[in-house]
Design a protein around this ligand. Structure first.
Ligand SMILES: [Zn+2]
Length: 358
């Protein structure tokens, strides 16, 4: 049996899993040398739960009413729906999967031929499932209600239990001694570390994550993203603060998603929850979208609501992608476990703009 490597996969959980073995060798599929590898069979437990999602079509597409584009060999179905394999493994997906299931050894759930077709009775082609689309529509209705009708006791509550169970799958622990960054405009000179914390409650304006009067600490994963997030113009002076975590911080990570997160966190409900998972991707992206109008307080309500739900689950903060920088942002709900250790003054020497006609 050949071994597959970390570079064969795009899925970040599979990559972390292979990396954690610290077993370096040559990949039997994509041809990479001196990379982290593992026996394909060791991934069987990861792929097996997917079989529950699909129906076998024993005689190929002949005689079925299933649309051709939904009727695919298993490996192709997995790649189309979940994008697990990397482009580097292109053409080898079928062989990798056959080794994962030990094809020919009579695995009960695996189609006897690697070319056997499966169809998916639940997933909508194109990535978005009907379940996730329904949850998204309910989210939109809730957003409208929060803005226009009922602020504190909304009637259009979506399935809160499911939403909380999904959020429980995306926990990420930022270990103690991790570095993060925060930037403030400071044309009067460098600000000291004690001035780099969150604003006092009475002057806390509403933000993407925090409601007015309840300040959060907004940080970024790297300096460049921290600078981009304040949208500075050329010539402006900024104080860049370096923050270090003094304890492990538990975040809801909305920057990246893998169906295996559900498998690791809530295996018993995998088949049910995985269909809703892409919904988190949609609302996570909304957290990173810059709002143009400073008076657009109402536009912040839905994401503030989401962050309150995350906070109520015991998370210490939320991580989300930055629409302005290449890294990600972190909003911390409190100041425990984080400290600004030093600051530097920088001057913005260029600001790049791309635009298009609308
Ligand atoms: Zn490989």
């Amino acid at each position: 049996m050949a071994r597959c490597c970390l570079q064969c996969f795009d899925d970040f959980v599979l990559r972390e899993q292979i990396r954690s073995r610290k077993d370096v060798g040559d990949c039997g599929f994509c041809g990479a040398h001196g990379v982290e590898v593992l026996e394909c069979r060791e991934l069987e437990g990861y792929f097996e739960p997917f079989l529950e999602l699909y129906e076998s079509v024993p005689n190929g597409t002949a005689g079925t009413t299933v649309p051709m584009n939904q009727c695919l060999p298993l490996w192709q179905r997995l790649q189309q729906d979940w994008k697990l394999f990397s482009a580097r493994a292109g053409g080898q997906e079928r062989a990798i999967l056959a080794d994962v299931f030990g094809a020919g050894t009579g695995h009960a759930g695996y189609p006897s031929s690697a070319d056997a077709y499966v169809r998916n009775p639940v997933l909508v082609v194109g990535g978005q499932t009907a379940e996730a689309a329904g949850m998204r529509a309910a989210w939109d209705a809730l957003c409208r209600e929060l803005k226009e009708e009922n602020r504190f006791f909304p009637q259009k509550m979506q399935d809160e239990d499911k939403q909380k169970r999904l959020l429980a799958c995306v926990a990420r622990v930022v270990p103690s001694k991790s570095v993060m960054w925060r930037t403030r405009v400071s044309n009067q000179g460098r600000l000291p570390p004690r001035k780099m914390g969150r604003p006092p409650a009475k002057s806390a304006r509403s933000g993407r994550a925090n409601p007015v009067g309840i300040p959060y600490l907004y940080l970024a994963s790297d300096k460049e993203t921290a600078v981009a997030e304040v949208r500075p113009s050329r010539g402006v002076h900024l104080t860049v603060g370096r923050f270090v975590t003094t304890a492990d911080l538990r975040l809801a990570d909305l920057t990246r998603f893998s169906p295996f997160q559900i498998l690791l966190a809530d295996a018993d409900h995998f088949a049910e929850l995985v269909k809703y998972f892409s919904y988190l991707e949609v609302v996570g992206a909304e957290l990173g979208e810059p709002v143009q109008d400073d008076d657009a307080h109402l536009d912040y309500l839905p994401t503030q609501y989401l962050c309150e739900m995350i906070k109520s689950l015991g998370y210490e903060g939320v991580a989300y992608r930055s629409a302005l920088g290449s890294g990600h942002n972190v909003a911390l709900f409190g100041m425990d476990g984080i400290k600004c250790t030093s600051t530097t003054l920088v001057k913005v020497t260029s600001a790049v703009f791309d635009f298009e006609q609308t």
